[in-house]
Design a protein around this ligand. Structure first.
Ligand code: FES
Ligand code: FES
Length: 190
């Protein structure tokens, strides 16, 4: 009697993978077909790198590879072997937030927060290349990132304000100091 069985797929080989993640040299054993998003979340522990659509449409999984924004859900980890990777956890300078992190808190650029890491990473790359982007350049930079909460205007406002900080050279306030509520009055009884 003929038996119909699917052949077992061979288990992927393990390889040694090395990268600099947020300034720290990391060496891991990963499967040779591992997706960078999985490696970052499950092996490196970068839970700030979000899994949204897992198919390249939302931008939540954005990281910087050698300074360039990339969708980690569509990137093989082997493509980033030996690279410098920056996730949202690597944007601050010690206790000092990156200007775009600071202004997101002040201008309501983050609401539910799920999309926020992807926006912050992509905008940090924009501002490092162009500290004074036009509105069109801001919109173009974030066109691959989706936000279901803010309506995007608060995000554009946050980028403009972060640009002002960078251009003026003003010191970003210490992240350990108390923050004002970006949504004053929300939840209060009327
Ligand atoms: S999770 Fe990568 S683009 Fe949506
Ligand atoms: S803040 Fe909720 S999806 Fe953007």
């Amino acid at each position: 009697m003929v038996q119909y069985r699917l052949p077992m797929l061979p288990h992927p080989d393990e390889i040694e993978w090395t990268a600099e993640v947020n300034g720290a040299e990391i060496t891991l054993h990963i499967e040779n077909n591992a997706i960078l998003l999985d490696v970052l979340r499950e092996q490196v522990g970068s839970l700030g790198t979000k899994r949204g659509c897992d198919m390249g449409t939302c931008g939540c999984c954005s990281v910087l590879i050698d300074g360039d924004p990339r969708l980690s859900c569509l990137t093989l980890a082997t493509e980033a072997d030996g690279a410098s990777i920056t996730t949202v956890e690597g944007l601050s300078d010690g206790h000092h937030l990156h200007p775009i992190q600071q202004t997101f808190t002040e201008f309501g650029g983050s609401q539910c927060g799920f999309c926020t890491p992807g926006f912050l990473v992509v905008i940090s790359a924009l501002l490092s290349e162009n500290s004074s982007p036009s509105d069109e350049e801001i919109k173009s930079a974030i066109e691959g990132n989706l936000c279901r909460c803010t309506g995007f205007q608060q995000i554009v406002d946050s980028v403009r304000a972060a640009s002002d900080i960078l251009v003026s050279g003003a010191r970003v306030e210490d992240s350990t100091s108390p923050k004002s509520d970006p949504h004053p009055g929300f939840g209060e009884e009327v």
